[in-house]
Design a protein around this ligand. Structure first.
Ligand SMILES: *Cc1c(COP(=O)(O)O)cnc(C)c1O
Length: 453
């Protein structure tokens, strides 16, 4: 183990150096890359020196998501206190299903869940779990909603047309999950959004009424805190009134921006959150923990048990249910995704989490101000969003993003909303400073000046 830890340190040094010297990995076609590096598996062992040199190659050739030039997705950067927790979790190697096997790690997960429930104002009957991703959190929410509507479906299967509602800018997992839980993709109503990409609540209400009139069974509404492209926030407060009137389960998908609950300044974006039935967020997005750290909480924990617990006596031989987390998870064996968020939270406090969140909005403001004050740019995004969408000199966003990547300048993606396609600069890396954002624009401008478009 000691030798491998030394090797690990050496590889880490290399990674940090690579991140600063080659922040964007050299683009290369997949099959050429796979052929240029010895990743094939064979009968014979690989001797130490060769093994080490292959690992170094792998580190060098892997896309750098923690560098200052990575803006491609809704995660990025590295907060070392969180990385430390995850490294420790790997070495401890517990499975989170029982207190017997996970011990204090159960308390660590519980501390996170309890505090999150507290932050959003859920009552003491609330609880939650950590799922393998935001998509799976949404899946669990839909599953609980299905069983809350009719618990007999768990045994007899579906015999009615259940209808789910989500906005046309929400995450694609909602439709996928509808097929998983057996209601079928065709039973998901895609609700129109306004010019900012927020769900039109009146349209939602009238669609529900229409479905009721036609004999269907509405059961679930998904609202989004931070839509994938524009980073828009649905009006949870208004949506919750519609749900209450029809007794529908309301889930808030905060995978991207749900972490605003930690910010005094920005939590108003999810006003009404305490009226939801479930809420999920990805700590590996705004809070900057390593992938994955996806948390779902539910207002009434009975639904968590109702949909997910399957008694398995061989497993649950000691302690009461509250500490046997396997009763409320999708998986059986489950990796410890709690510790990385706990090490971060414990070391910086809730105030530190707040600063992480606020800083991302600050960086987005820096970017938007720059764009607004420069007439070569066109802005498509709105205030209070950390997805800054724009075009430069009318150049095709797709072409520009592709070329920036091909020339190892920047990793940034493009998105589409209605008729517009634009570059989407995501300021989710809280390690960056104002200058890094300005450097992004300077790099882009210098690149355009040199290349022909
Ligand atoms: C990222 C994201 C998801 C999916 O989360 P994964 O952890 O990638 O499965 C769901 N909803 C929204 C709004 C997201 O941004």
């Amino acid at each position: 183990m000691k030798n491998d830890l030394e090797l690990f340190n050496e590889l880490t040094e290399l990674l940090l150096l690579e991140e600063s010297e080659h922040p964007v990995a050299t683009p290369i076609e997949a099959h050429a890359l796979f052929e240029s590096i010895n990743i094939e598996l064979g009968e014979e062992p690989t001797v130490d020196d060769e093994f080490k040199s292959i690992l170094k190659d792998i580190v060098k050739r892997t896309p750098k998501t923690a560098s200052k030039s990575f803006f491609n997705q809704l995660f990025g950067g590295r907060i070392s206190r969180a990385a430390l927790g995850d490294l420790l979790a790997v070495l401890l190697n517990n499975s989170m299903y029982t207190y017997k096997v996970a011990g204090v790690q159960v308390g660590i997960e519980k501390a996170i869940l309890n505090n999150v429930c507290g932050f959003i104002g859920y009552p003491k009957e609330s609880d939650g779990t950590i799922a393998p991703g935001g998509s799976m959190c949404n899946y669990m929410a839909m599953l609980m909603a299905r069983d809350a509507f009719d618990a007999s479906i768990r045994n007899t299967g579906m015999n009615k047309k259940l209808i789910a509602y989500t906005s046309d800018t929400s995450h694609y997992s909602i439709a996928k999950n509808a097929s998983f839980v057996g209601i079928g993709r065709d039973q998901v109503r895609s609700i129109e959004t306004n010019a900012k990409g927020e769900m039109e609540v009146e349209v939602l209400a009238s669609q529900i009424q229409k479905d009721l009139n036609e004999g269907y069974h509405p059961f679930f509404v998904n609202a989004t805190a931070g839509t994938t492209v524009l980073g828009a926030f649905d009006n949870v407060s208004d949506i919750s009134k519609v749900c209450k009137a029809h007794n529908l389960w309301l889930h808030l998908d905060g995978a991207y921006c749900g972490s605003v609950i930690f910010s005094k300044r920005y939590k108003h974006l999810v006003n009404g959150i305490k009226n939801t039935d479930s809420f999920s967020f990805n700590a590996h997005k705004m809070l900057g923990t390593p992938l994955g750290c996806s948390i779902i909480v539910v207002k009434d924990k009975r639904y968590l048990y109702q949909s997910l617990s399957n008694d398995a006596d061989y497993l649950y031989q000691t302690d009461d249910d509250a500490y046997n987390l396997g009763k409320t998870s999708l998986q059986c064996g489950r990796r410890n995704d709690a510790l990385k968020l706990w090490t971060l939270w414990k070391s910086v406090g809730s105030k530190g989490l707040e600063q992480i969140v606020d800083h991302q909005f600050y960086l987005a403001d820096v970017a938007r101000d720059y764009i607004k004050n420069n007439k070569d740019y066109q802005l498509y995004s709105f205030d209070d969003s950390i997805s800054v969408c724009f075009n430069y000199k009318g150049i095709s966003a797709k072409k520009l993003c592709t070329k920036l990547y091909e020339h190892s300048e920047l990793m940034v993606g493009y998105g589409t909303f209605r008729a517009d396609t634009f570059i989407r600069l995501v300021t989710v890396n809280s390690q960056l400073k104002k200058d890094d954002i300005l450097t992004f624009f300077k790099t882009l401008e210098a690149f355009v000046a040199e290349e022909s478009f």
